[in-house]
Design a protein around this ligand. Structure first.
Ligand SMILES: [Zn+2]
Length: 416
């Protein structure tokens, strides 16, 4: 399908960037933004009138573990001191043994739908390459292909990668991200993990440090000076630990921060939900007034920068991949509007110039652009219907036949 590009134009959209929103006509050619201008083009192509809609760059989820795209969330009653204790609870749970009976490709498809409903087309799937390599091609969302990794920096880390020192030097050589959990807990090892990262020469502009829970002003400043990146996953942090990153210190230090949902079995339903929680936490800081705009940046340009993808993603600019979405206006402020939005407010989500999710009333656009989609209802049969790429109903049917009962997933609330 990818070599079968269709050219089309979005007219009269309110294009959202860091400086607010501006009315533009956007021409899409071969899956890229070909022109962004005030005038209409005269070409004879399919048109979409986006009058009264905001157009945003598609969102980027900076931290997920797609293989754990299952629900309900595990634990949450006991608040732990490090990730391993929760991981033990997870791995001894019935939900986990149920998940283990499923095909990896089904879990990745569920993960793709979870992200698409959150207006997300690009996901950093933190897992060794041998796990997701076979899943990347043909998946409905784009997984970051090029990265090196560790699981975490502690004595009880899982054995992902060849160690932080080697993995970081490889990342630096190839100019790709080195992704690791860091300080995922409050025990001594978690507190010492930053020193250990530095000793292994793994702190630098290619470091993507997920969580950093026990750190304060001093560490935040050092991370900023190294031009390293933080990924904040408040939903999963509060679920597992009852506390989250000292985010105000990291914003003060001007660290490049992006947002992640973390795995479905601990984190949020999607990045839109994550943003709402993050926004409520930012209300407790001096950044409460700009919180909506700060969060928009975290899920777009900051994420692209951190994942070394800015050349192709993160903003709506000529030459970049045509990944964007359109939202109804609930607020005249585009950033507040994004925060108020839920999956059902997405009018159209586009990846590589092709619609992947949108209002049922746009079915003819899906057809005109040669996209095979399925009609779905979200949470309520009486409400509007939607078109979505592929067939989530088939995935759910396969799940039902594997499990022997009809499974409900919080992050994919399909109704028959
Ligand atoms: Zn994680």
């Amino acid at each position: 399908m990818d070599n079968n590009f269709v050219n089309w134009e979005i007219q009269n959209a309110d294009l959202v960037g860091m400086e607010g929103s501006f009315k533009k006509n956007i021409f899409i050619k071969n899956g890229k933004f070909d022109s962004i201008q005030d005038e209409l083009s005269n070409s004879d192509v399919a048109l979409f009138d986006a009058r009264d809609l905001f157009l945003y760059p598609a969102l980027i989820n900076s931290h997920d573990h797609m293989i754990a795209s299952y629900s309900p969330r595990v634990g949450g009653k006991v608040k732990y001191n490090n990730w391993l204790s929760w991981d033990n609870e997870l791995k001894s749970s019935l939900v986990f043994s149920e998940r283990q009976t499923l095909d990896i490709s089904d879990l990745y498809q569920l993960g793709a739908y979870r992200n698409l409903l959150g207006a997300t087309t690009t996901v950093m799937d933190h897992i060794p390459h041998f796990v997701n390599r076979s899943q990347i091609d043909g998946l409905l969302v784009r997984l970051v292909k090029d990265y090196t990794l560790s699981h975490s920096i502690c004595s009880y880390s899982l054995g992902w990668g060849d160690g932080a020192e080697i993995e970081y030097s490889l990342a630096k050589q190839k100019k790709i991200p080195f992704v690791t959990h860091l300080g995922e807990g409050f025990d001594e090892e978690s507190q010492r993990s930053f020193e250990s990262l530095k000793k292994q020469n793994a702190l630098g502009e290619f470091s993507v440090l997920v969580h950093c829970l026990p750190f304060g002003t001093k560490e935040a400043k050092e991370i900023a000076e190294a031009n390293a990146n933080l990924v904040w996953c408040p939903s999963s942090n509060l679920h597992i630990f009852g506390r989250t990153t000292n985010i105000e210190s990291f914003i003060d230090a001007k660290v490049n921060i992006s947002l992640g949902t973390d795995l479905a079995m601990a984190g949020s339903e999607n990045i839109l939900t994550e943003m709402k929680l993050a926004h409520s936490l930012l209300q407790e800081t001096k950044y409460k007034k700009n919180a909506a705009q700060i969060l928009f940046q975290m899920v777009t340009s900051n994420a692209a920068k951190s994942l070394q993808l800015s050349k192709n993603l993160g903003t709506v600019d000529v030459g970049k991949s045509a990944d964007f979405f359109l939202l109804k206006k609930k607020s005249e402020n585009p950033y507040e509007n994004l925060l108020l939005s839920e999956p059902r407010d997405i009018v159209l989500l586009v990846k590589d110039g092709k619609p992947v999710f949108g209002k049922g009333s746009l079915e003819s656009l899906f057809q005109e652009l040669q996209v095979v989609s399925e009609t779905i209802y979200l949470g309520n049969k009486d409400s509007e219907h939607f078109q979505i790429l592929g067939s989530p109903k088939n995935v759910m049917k396969k799940l039902q036949s594997s499990l022997g009962y009809k499974k409900d997933l919080a992050f994919l609330p399909l109704v028959e």
